[in-house]
Design a protein around this ligand. Structure first.
Ligand code: FAD
Length: 441
């Protein structure tokens, strides 16, 4: 049973047409052609990504990392103008002790912001397309079929998985891939299959779309992401991400609600970051779950789960993680096989590397939490970053760390190794001493 290979032709069912499902489908279909195999690949996705508001959208900040933009270009997937809402070249870090501007490192100039659906409620921008819709179209062009159905049950019969909707049988499959994210109860479908799958741990976050009068976004926010590290309980960090006519506010923390979003927007530091005297409106608010863990056993024979349903990167680059795990699952299935051992030997290594990297991420966020909580440390950090911005790029050590923690695509382990840099700590200690003696603000 464990030496299973895909037959020719084979039937593959992909549950979920978000980035994890579409990246898998694109690569599986391309790889199948390389090995002369025929696939009947069906993507099950009930959402219409052209729809406005949360109903058509896989709710997310929509920042596509530099690494992913470049990697996709190498794969022949270039993000068209119609998908990109704005290019990002810097960010402004706001704290309780002031704010500082952090330029993008010179090798990171293609960060893009996108919408995952048609756009905020009531405003679907003309000539613009959703990121998820774009990927789904690519998968269809590669040969995938799309069925707007929600899979509600998977059962094994005679060694092959069978998929059902509430109304009855959809198909039997040689491989079922679960790319259903964490924002639907679909994990239940696989928990009931009894092979040890349990969904990753999540937190409830908040996303709001803030509408401004035309031209305010480019004039006031430019091409900068505004990042907030405030000593607020239960908020890790928040970001204002500029799109065309809207800013996307993402608040990452615990137990978000409408009142927490409005409290956050009334915070003096946040108010100070907004254009003075300009009125703005929230046109769309939602509270998606965010994966902050990993499924311990995301595969068995003929079934594999990835993207948010399996493992993702802690607090950043979830779309990039969906790409990496989706491609790993596709190459395992096409070039090795679909047995439990095949997934354990190849796909699981990629899943595991993300899990291990997140351990470093957790430690780095713990330290960042201390810097945001204690005023002395916050001021010292701001002073060092401000001075570094005048230095050549190779000496901007703390700026590099902060950039990559929140926006960049660097692995947490690499950031961690840079964070144990002695000269940077000396700079910080000098600042702390200067602030305590009153020589520095
Ligand atoms: C507040 C917030 C901000 C974020 N910001 C960013 C960011 O700026 N950049 C970034 O890279 N990542 C970001 N992420 C993470 C990113 O959204 C996810 O990592 C990414 O969407 C995961 O892709 P996925 O395909 O695994 O899941 P999803 O995008 O959730 O897609 C799952 C799909 O499966 C479908 N589905 C579910 N159940 C079924 C079923 N039973 N049958 C058929 N279809 C089904 C759903 O309709 C959905 O389309 C953010 C997340 C949050 C919560």
């Amino acid at each position: 049973m464990d030496s299973l290979e895909l037959p020719d032709p084979s039937d593959i069912a992909v549950i979920g047409g978000g980035p994890a499902g579409t990246f898998f489908s694109i690569f599986a279909l391309q790889m199948a052609r390389m090995v002369d195999k025929n696939l009947n690949l069906t993507i099950y996705e009930p959402k219409d990504f052209a729809g406005e508001g949360p109903s058509g959208c896989n709710r997310c900040g929509g920042v596509v990392s530099e690494l992913l933009v470049q990697t996709l270009a190498v794969e022949g997937i270039n993000l068209p103008e119609s998908v990109v809402q704005r290019g990002i070249n810097s960010y402004r870090l706001h704290t309780a002790k002031g704010s500082v501007y952090i330029k993008a490192p010179s090798n990171e100039h293609s960060i893009a912001t996108v919408y995952r659906g048609g756009g905020p409620k009531g405003v679907v921008a003309e000539g613009k397309q959703s990121f998820d819709g774009f990927l789904l179209d690519l998968a269809k062009r590669e040969g995938a079929s799309l069925r707007r159905e929600k899979v509600s049950r998977v059962e094994e019969k005679n060694g092959r998985p069978m998929l059902y909707t509430r109304d009855g049988l959809l198909q039997k499959a040689d491989l079922v891939v679960g790319a259903f994210g964490v924002n639907s109860p679909s994990a239940r479908v696989f928990r009931d299959c009894d092979f040890g799958y349990s969904p990753p741990k999540t937190i409830k976050t908040a996303i709001a779309e803030i509408e401004f009068k035309r031209d305010i976004i480019p004039e006031h926010f430019g091409n900068s992401i505004h990042l907030f590290l405030l000593p607020e309980r239960d908020i890790k960090f928040a970001a204002l991400i500029p799109k065309q006519t809207h800013l996307t506010l993402c608040v990452l923390g615990k137990n978000m609600s409408k009142s927490r979003v409005s409290d956050f927007l009334s915070h003096p530091v946040v108010k100070g970051a907004m254009p003075p005297g300009e009125r703005y409106e929230l046109s769309c608010t939602c509270f998606p779950k965010m994966n902050v863990g990993a499924s311990p056993r995301p595969y068995t024979a003929r079934i594999v789960m990835w993207g948010d349903a399996g493992s993702t990167r802690l607090f950043k680059d979830g779309i990039g993680a969906a790409y990496r795990t989706g491609k790993a699952a596709a190459s395992t299935a096409m070039f090795h096989g679909v047995g439990r051992r095949h997934f354990a030997d190849t796909f699981y290594k990629v899943h595991r590397s993300i899990v291990i990297d997140n351990w470093f991420g957790r430690y780095l966020f713990f330290i960042t939490g201390l810097y945001k909580k204690h005023g002395l440390m916050t001021s010292g950090m701001l002073n060092v970053v401000e001075d570094e911005q005048k230095d050549p790029e190779s000496r901007r050590r703390l700026s590099y760390i902060l950039w990559n923690m929140f926006t960049g695509s660097e692995r947490y382990k690499t950031i961690f190794l840079k964070a144990v840099d002695l000269p940077m700590h000396l700079d910080l200690w000098k600042e702390f001493a200067g602030i305590l003696s009153g020589r520095r603000p």
